[in-house]
Write a protein that binds this ligand. Structure first.
Ligand code: ATP
Length: 548
């Protein structure tokens, strides 16, 4: 590792001093000071709601701090928009890309600057190619962004930052939406940025990635910067103690595991399952595939199908998005759905949720045909769901407590009126159980990404559905929440519900599922017990190697 220890010597490229941001009586950032040196990668860790995004938004001009300064190269800046940040040499890549799908890579990069009208296209194209070469990104500059994968789109965003000569690049949970291959490519790019002398600030929840990519780690807790360590020498337990509060000993005891994993803590909290771990077996009764996780408790005696798709086809514009899907999820089992993003998973979840109509085929929940049923009837039949579109699944201006009961209003209504006491009591219970960092009356729009996700999970799980369809349930969650969600899914299975788990995280799929089904170009191309679902085998199928 380079850079970290020299930070105090090298002149900082980026320097934050005393950044404070209040939302009402909540201190999202509390007097945060932080430096990033040239050629240094600084990772930022913190629980959901710790204030990471707020701090990044301050640096990128999306949020005005109440106090504090941002300086680049020793020059204090007055940043009030992303344009100001870019002009000062700061670029940010978030999970929500700001790209125009119908335009080429080159035009997207150009558009982010001075606007298309005034630029020389040939010159722009040449500079885009040059920026890509600098960081080892190979993309056809003339390709339409709409045809690019998620990982490729992220690369376009990075190229955008380089195109504008940014010297500081902020990456906000950059690996959350990437395949393992794309993660490797991203890390290679980050290394090249570092070699080129850029300063990189990366927000992450994944200790393994932090260890691999960063020189220094800083930890935010409840708005305050509580730790600043050299990555090469810090122990995971210490980072966890900083994140969660409490002493290293307490955290170590709380997360104790007998196994000496590459990262004991990650294993203990069920955060990362090394890919060479044996996968859960559909028939195991005790041995958990990952020390400390709750997986592997299935009894192997699964029941009747609680979800059955027969010949399910969805066509749009003459093209099949889903084609002849036959799939059953039985009571007491978790079926993992693997696939590279864009192969029909999102559509399948939308169809099940009732937001995308079926072209042909049938769909049954717990024996009831719900093929053309509306969302309410599906919920009544016992379906629970969590789609990828978190923001679209809440009513942002409504409170946490209202959102929590939104799908179960009759249970909270007395004589035509909402039973406010019961709603509040339910919210308090869910906030406690899911460790949601918010108050019952807070508008959901003000929650951090991870906390919003927890609200949705709490809502779906509280109804104890017969079958739960979940997409990317732990994306963006901190390590404690990751573990809790896995426990909850496992508990549902033990209670006899079925779960369809859609996840791009193969470790998660293999740790939780009894069976894995692979989707490629809208078709099921493979199905196997999890014991046979090695990453290699899944990888081949996901890439289309199993389709005829
Ligand atoms: N616009 C807002 N209005 C009120 N409160 C807000 C607003 N934005 C953020 N907050 C609050 O500030 C705190 C920090 O949120 P932030 O999004 O920075 O957390 P985070 O560390 O990025 O979390 P996550 O890991 O879940 O993304 C949270 O308690 C959040 O509810």
């Amino acid at each position: 590792m380079t850079g970290g220890a020299t930070d105090t010597v090298a002149r900082p490229l980026l320097e934050l001093t005393g950044i404070t941001k209040r939302y009402g009586d909540l201190l999202a950032n509390d007097d945060v000071s932080l430096r990033v040196a040239p050629g240094e990668v600084v990772a930022m860790l913190g629980e959901n709601g710790a204030g990471k995004s707020t701090l990044m938004k301050v640096v990128y001009g999306l949020v005005r701090p109440d106090a504090g300064t941002v300086a680049v190269d020793g020059r204090p800046l007055d940043i009030s928009s992303p344009k100001d940040a870019m002009a000062a040499g700061i670029g940010m890549v978030t999970q929500e890309f700001s790209l125009v799908e119908t335009m080429t890579v080159t035009d997207n990069v150009a558009l982010s600057g001075t606007g298309l009208g005034r630029v020389d296209r040939a010159e722009t194209r040449r500079r885009v190619v040059e920026a890509m070469e600098r960081v080892g990104v190979s993309l056809d500059p003339d390709r339409l962004v709409g045809s690019l994968s998620i990982g490729e789109r992220q690369r376009v965003e990075i190229v955008k930052a380089l195109f504008h000569d940014c010297r500081v690049v902020i990456l906000d949970e950059p690996t959350a939406v990437l395949t393992p291959q794309d993660v490797r490519a991203l890390f290679e790019t980050v290394r090249r940025l570092r070699t080129a002398g850029l300063g990189i600030l990366v927000v992450s929840h994944k200790l393994r990635e932090v260890a691999e990519i960063s020189d220094r780690v800083v930890v935010l807790r409840r708005g305050r910067l509580v730790g600043d360590r050299v990555t090469a020498t810090v122990r995971d337990e210490e980072l966890a103690a900083l994140m969660m509060g409490g002493s290293t000993d307490e955290v170590a005891a709380a997360t104790a595991t007998p196994a000496a994993e590459p990262s004991e803590l990650e294993a203990a909290v069920g955060m990362e399952v090394p890919t060479d771990q044996p996968a859960a077996s559909a028939t195991t009764t005790a041995a958990s595939p990952t020390p400390g996780t709750t997986t592997g408790t299935t009894t192997g005696t699964t029941g009747e199908p609680v979800l059955r798709l027969t010949g399910l086809t969805v066509s749009r514009g003459g093209r099949d998005l889903l084609s002849g899907i036959d799939l059953a999820v039985r009571a007491g089992e978790i079926v993992g759905l693997a696939g590279v993003s864009g192969n029909g998973q999102t559509e399948l979840v939308e169809v099940l949720s009732g937001t995308l109509p079926v072209t042909s085929g049938t769909l049954e929940v717990d024996g009831q045909d719900v093929t053309s049923a509306d969302v309410g009837r599906r919920l009544a039949a016992g379906l629970g769901r969590l789609t990828e579109d978190r923001r679209g699944s809440v009513v942002p201006q409504m409170s946490v407590e209202q959102n929590l009961v939104l799908e179960d209003l009759p249970a909270y209504t007395r004589r035509g009126l909402l039973d406010r006491k019961a709603v509040r009591a339910h919210a308090e219970a869910m906030i406690e159980r899911f460790d949601i960092r918010a108050r019952p009356a807070d508008a959901v729009a003000t929650l951090s990404g991870g906390n919003m996700q927890k609200v949705l999970l709490a809502r779906a799980l509280a109804r104890r559905p017969r079958v739960l369809v979940v997409a990317q349930p732990t994306r963006g969650l901190d390590i404690g929440a990751y573990r809790y969600v896995h426990q909850q899914l496992d508990e549902l299975r033990t209670e006899g519900a079925g779960v369809l788990l859609v996840s791009e995280d193969l470790d998660e799929l293999r740790a939780l599922s009894d069976r894995v089904v692979v989707l490629f170009r809208g078709e099921v191309v493979g199905e196997m017990p999890v014991a046979e679902a090695s990453p290699d085998r899944l990888g081949v199928l996901m890439a289309g190697g199993g389709s005829s």
